[in-house]
Design a protein around this ligand. Sequence first.
Ligand SMILES: [Zn+2]
Length: 407
Amino acid sequence: MSVVLHNCTVVDGRLAPVEDAAVRVIGERIAAVGPRDRVLAEAEADGAVTRVDLGGAWLTPGLVNMHTHLSLTLPGTAGDRLKRMGPHELALYMADGARRTLHCGVTTVRCVAEKDHADFALRRSIEAGRAPGPRIFTAGLALVCTGGHGHEGSDTLECDGADGFRRGVRQQIRAGADLIKVMISGGIAGEHEAIDTRQLHPDELAAVLQTAHDWGRRVTAHAGPAPVIAEAVELGLDCVEHGYQLTAELAARMAERGTALVPTLLVTRCKEFFDELGVPDWMQRRSLGAGDRHLQSFAYAVEAGVEVLLGSDMPPFWPFEGTNATVRELEHMSAVIGPRRALYAGTLGPVRWLRAERDLGTVEAGKLADLIAMDADPTADTAAFRGVRWVMKGGAVVRDDRCGVRA
Ligand SMILES: [Zn+2]
């Protein structure tokens, strides 16, 4: 028994569009992709076929959001409410966010600091089919020095000294972490620090990197200022989050060393979101004031050829400026890199960083059928993702607006 999706144009971050295409899905994986008549004839020769007419849609791989927090709390009234939730309510809150995320067409997320290890419970529930949600790659708790960026929350673990950081890495791996997140500089959301405060000593960061790499885990760092990032890149850091203050020289070195960048451009251009959450003025000023420099950083990275990847920092599903945070972030990236590269930055690029290319990231035979459909061409305009109306994860349709299906 196979399902054939047809009447669609297939695009991914790799190929020229395949028009009048069909995709055959058997179980949770893609069995064939190609011209409609050929794929249908082959499927029918093998037995019963369920045809799904996508109505002329553009079909792409599901989006991958590389910087998410399903339990995000910022300073302010909304954050305070979330901080008061007990563990059960928090888990349900995160499950709701996971479901909304999947319905946006985000079929994979990389969580980079979640509260109380609830992310592992959520992932197990999603994998067991008890809760709908995206595939989750997670860092567990983010590692931070005592008093460092984000230390107030239960989504970070304070460590000090090389031994302390080694233990922190091992604790996350024991809990099931796929990667390690570390805060190496100050941030926007901390009142006692500046964006450019340096927070880890080189021996501490080296301990994080070596321990994580020994266990086959990559490391990403929350980082703003160029000197702190430059040191981390030389030590072997795998990815930079935000990178508010990159220079052209540093960007060139990141490209050379293969250090990726998740720019999270929304963080410095989301006043509406901050207002909605009741975020205090001091933080808003700091954040929105860093916007121009942040965009300049991103431009340096793009020019130098750094691998840039989609990540919203805002909850991935959050309604924002007429769409959701994930798509809005991709639109900001696209304004600099163009829609074709944006498609790559939101699908295959992240999957490569996650080393999940065998299963995800393209519309190709053998891969998991994580697919989304929309009515416009995302390689012509990234805003096409605003119109995602059909979502399949692992061969199961989880959203179909025409039939009113929302699992
Ligand atoms: Zn973040």
